[in-house]
Design a protein around this ligand. Sequence first.
Ligand SMILES: [Zn+2]
Ligand SMILES: [Zn+2]
Length: 91
Amino acid sequence: MSSGSPNPGPQMPPLIPSKRPGNRTPRTTTERGYGHRHQQDRRRHLSQHPICERCSASWSQHLHHRDHNPHNRHPSNYEALCVGCHQAEHS
Ligand SMILES: [Zn+2]
Ligand SMILES: [Zn+2]
């Protein structure tokens, strides 16, 4: 029993170590236009924004390009989105 503060504050999902199952795919992603550089950028941005930047209610899982240009790798062009927000953005 820990006698902490009575107010837990806003509810956030517990931070888990960067160990997402099923994230390790032997298939190359370069043929889809996403190479090793993109994977690095994705991991860095998602680690900086573990929660979706839109709804702030789900884990961010996708690295979205704000201008829809996958070749624009400027940090300001990146947005960490959850699956739902990303699908909504592209639908
Ligand atoms: Zn979202
Ligand atoms: Zn996108």
